[in-house]
Design a protein around this ligand. Structure first.
Ligand code: SAM
Length: 293
């Protein structure tokens, strides 16, 4: 009988892997971003953090299985976002599972959640609705901070809802997710104290300002609107909210930085009060809060 032979796993040291990443990806990403991919992969696959490398120089000398790094490198060369490659991202201090059915949650949206929570400090909302929930990052973050609130969230995408439900289950948040096309909805069938939405708002003409990793891999359904009516989601959601918000109820939107005035006008035409635009950390007009009279 032939002796059993162990298959030899191909290996590389971390400095070798790191310089291969820098060499193959430098035409696509800045060096700091390439190094952050390398560290995210190391932590995701082996639980080894950047700080561990500083504490234990032996880790840089030893051999590591190269296959997971080379596979990820191939995907990064195709501009697949690292968050989809590792299947997760951080939002509001928590890890959310994500895939190509959902937008990768952005830091600007964390800022929106922070603003909602600041506002909720004065008078906690009891019934909340998130429109276009994607990964569920907004309602799940709110549910964990506002345990008294009853939280609902909708999306048109079944794939997104499946992932959002899984995120809620994993993170221990109670959110009622349901499928609805908000553009064809006649009404919201219920009343809320707070309605939030980060709807699609990138005009097709703004596509050329976006990076390949967003354009090729994130869902068009989550991102784009036609140039001839870029605010259709805001008009529809604001008018449905006008009917469905309780007295003094609040409406929060993430917005297109180039369309803040026009978005405010939709709200003032519908008689919302105390309409306020807030900038994100990059100084861009990024979110709006308004109250129902
Ligand atoms: C910009 S993403 C926001 C996702 C998530 N709320 C976030 O902030 O990361 C917009 C979301 O709206 C959903 N959407 C697009 N058209 C919709 C429609 N007609 N009705 C309901 N949801 C819709 C998309 O599937 C997507 O999940």
């Amino acid at each position: 009988m032939k002796p059993y032979q162990l298959k030899k796993v191909a290996t590389m040291t971390l400095p070798e892997i790191r310089s291969l990443f820098l060499q193959k990806l430098n035409h696509l990403y800045p060096e700091t971003e390439i190094l952050s991919f390398f560290h995210l992969l190391l932590e995701h696959h082996f639980g080894t953090r950047k700080v561990d490398l500083a504490l234990d120089p032996e880790l840089m000398r030893k051999e590591w299985p190269e296959d997971v790094f080379l596979e990820a490198l191939r995907e990064l060369e195709q501009e697949r976002p690292i968050q989809y490659i590792i299947g997760s991202t951080e939002f509001a201090g928590m890890t959310f599972r994500i895939d190509e059915n959902v937008l990768i949650p952005r830091p600007e949206t964390e800022e929106l959640v922070t603003w909602i929570l600041e506002t909720a400090d004065d008078k906690p909302p009891l019934r909340i609705l998130d429109i276009g929930t994607g990964s569920g990052c907004i309602p799940i973050s709110l549910a964990l901070k506002l345990p008294e609130a009853e939280i609902h969230a909708l999306d048109i995408s079944e794939g997104a809802l499946e992932l959002a439900r899984e995120n809620a289950r994993r993170l221990g948040a109670h959110v009622n997710f349901f499928e609805l096309d908000i553009l064809t909805a006649q009404n919201l069938a219920d009343h809320y104290d707070l309605i939030i939405s980060n709807p699609p708002y990138v005009r097709l003409s703004e596509k050329n300002e976006m990076r390949g990793n967003v354009l090729k891999h994130e869902p068009d359904l989550a991102l784009f609107v036609n140039d001839d009516d870029p605010l259709l989601f805001y008009r529809k959601i604001a008018s449905l909210s006008k009917e469905s918000l309780n007295e003094n109820g609040m409406l929060f939107f993430e917005i297109n930085e180039n369309l803040s005035e026009q978005t405010c006008k939709i709200l003032s035409d519908l008689n919302f009060r105390d309409i306020e635009v807030r900038k994100d950390i990059y100084g861009k007009n990024r979110m709006i809060r308004a109250f129902k009279k």
